[in-house]
Design a protein around this ligand. Structure first.
Ligand code: HAM
Length: 433
């Protein structure tokens, strides 16, 4: 029997194989930029377990949400407790924040994470059953400056990666009380059109009417054109907050278009006030490459202190796919500087010593083992993107010399074996500088 990867999952490989975005070099590059940006904004990394008690997500994401009703990977452990693979990061982070009393520690309020998430969704381009998110959660401030900082951080990540043509869709879903009033107004408006709405929207009418607003169905969108706007139902305070966020984002000179879109409501129930989605025109139907918002009542509802919070999650797969669609450059992060090609047993032993010596000097080096023919080994050096190949055969050994090939320039020269390590040390240091 031949085993196959389950549907909706993918391998990240030493080379992209069938699709370039699955190349581990690209992943490591993005991850390094994520850590850099987080460091510059003074966010600390947090790592929580892959699974949690099911109730956490039911309470956090919302019992009526699509994630909880349709998409969770839930299982019973051996003691018959219900566990769920994390479908999103915020609930777990807040659980850890409360349980570990991070509010009492000054440096633990601005957090970021990079982790796989699991959702049983219908797989398609840009939508997977395991995807990876960069997420941040800034806990403790209700100030609009905090909203602006979080959105700016996300955009700075995109900017450093070189992404273009993104739009930040911004909305305010107001406070719980104004949302109740708005829901009433929306249902009153939609009621006469109920039978014309899509099946999904009809189902949402009672359970989660706000979610009808971000329906992608054409017939729903037509009806929604005349719907009352969330923004006309905000409290004075929420309105001021939202206006200040917009002003701040202008002042911060975010390098992407910012559009207020009163139909953005998000699929998770915990949001209050600011919500946002960053979309790329270079992705297909799944065009959100990052999204988030404020969740001011959530920590308290988890039994924690009454602290506000705001954060986002950004899909690493979609960021990579956008970068590839935009023909952006990825640096090659891991490649040999020197690739040794020994011809014969004795030379192989000698080359292993040189390879090891270079590695211990911090110079990436590799060795071809079992070489039968030089013209089979040389293409491997080029395929690995090595800068140099060093060939040592029986003849060279006798003369205590090696042939050094500079692969890009197609130049070669002979070098005494005793000078080999110093030669590459000098070259490598010059290159690194
Ligand atoms: P979310 O919108 O469900 O929010 O997911 C965040 C991002 O993850 C999406 O914008 C998208 O880029 C990516 N994503 C989501 N589902 C998939 C999937 N099936 N396949 C590929 N990529 C996907 C959250 O999860 C919130 N926890 C974000 C947040 C943090 N809000 C406040 N703090």
């Amino acid at each position: 029997m031949k085993y196959q990867i389950p549907k909706g999952l993918f391998d990240i490989l030493p080379c992209g194989a069938d699709e370039e975005w699955k190349d581990i070099d690209h992943w490591q590059y993005i991850e390094s930029i994520i850590h850099d940006v987080a460091k510059d904004y003074c966010y600390k990394e947090i790592r929580t377990p892959t699974f949690e008690r099911t109730e956490l997500f039911q309470r956090g994401v919302g019992a009526a949400s699509d994630i909880v009703t349709k998409e969770m990977y839930t299982f019973k452990d051996k003691a018959d407790r219900s566990m769920t693979l994390r479908p999103e990061g915020t609930s777990s982070i807040l659980r850890a924040f409360i349980e570990r009393h991070l509010d009492q520690q000054a440096k633990s309020h601005k957090l970021y994470y990079l982790a796989p998430m699991f959702r049983y969704e219908r797989p398609q381009a840009g939508r997977y059953r395991q995807h990876h998110q960069l997420g941040v959660e800034a806990i403790g401030s209700n100030q609009p400056e905090q909203d602006a900082e979080v959105i700016d951080l996300l955009c700075e990540l995109y900017r450093r990666l070189g992404l273009k043509n993104l739009t930040v869709m911004l909305n305010s879903v107001g406070d719980p009380q104004s949302r109740i009033e708005y829901k009433k107004a929306l249902k009153e408006y939609l009621h006469p059109h109920l039978s014309e709405l899509s099946k999904d929207s009809q189902e949402r009418f009672e359970k989660n009417p706000l979610r009808i607003l971000d329906s992608k169905e054409e017939k729903d969108q037509k009806i929604l054109k005349g719907a009352p706007s969330l923004l006309d139902h905000l409290s004075e305070d929420a309105k001021d907050h939202f206006e200040t966020v917009q002003k701040l984002l202008k002042q911060l000179k975010i390098p992407y278009a910012i559009k207020v879109n009163d139909k953005i409501v998000r699929g998770l129930d915990y949001y209050t006030r600011t919500v946002f989605e960053v979309v790329s025109t270079d992705l297909g139907a799944q065009n959100a490459i990052g999204a988030g918002g404020r969740y001011d009542g959530l920590i308290k509802s988890f039994g924690g202190p009454d602290l506000p919070g705001i954060g986002f999650g950004a899909g690493v797969e979609r960021i990579l796919q956008t970068m590839i669609a935009q023909n952006l450059n990825f640096p090659i992060l891991s490649k040999p500087f020197v690739y040794f090609i020994p011809l014969g047993d004795k030379a192989q032993k000698e080359c292993l010593l040189f390879t090891t010596q270079l590695r211990k000097e911090g110079i990436p080096a590799d060795i071809a083992l079992n070489v039968k023919k030089i013209h089979n080994a040389l293409p491997a050096a080029s395929m690995l993107n090595s800068d140099y190949a060093v060939i040592i055969g029986e003849e060279e050994l006798k003369k205590e010399r090696a042939t050094v090939k500079e692969l890009a320039e197609r130049k070669e020269k002979a070098l005494d074996l005793e000078d080999l390590v110093n030669f590459f040390k000098e070259l490598y240091n010059k290159k690194e500088r």
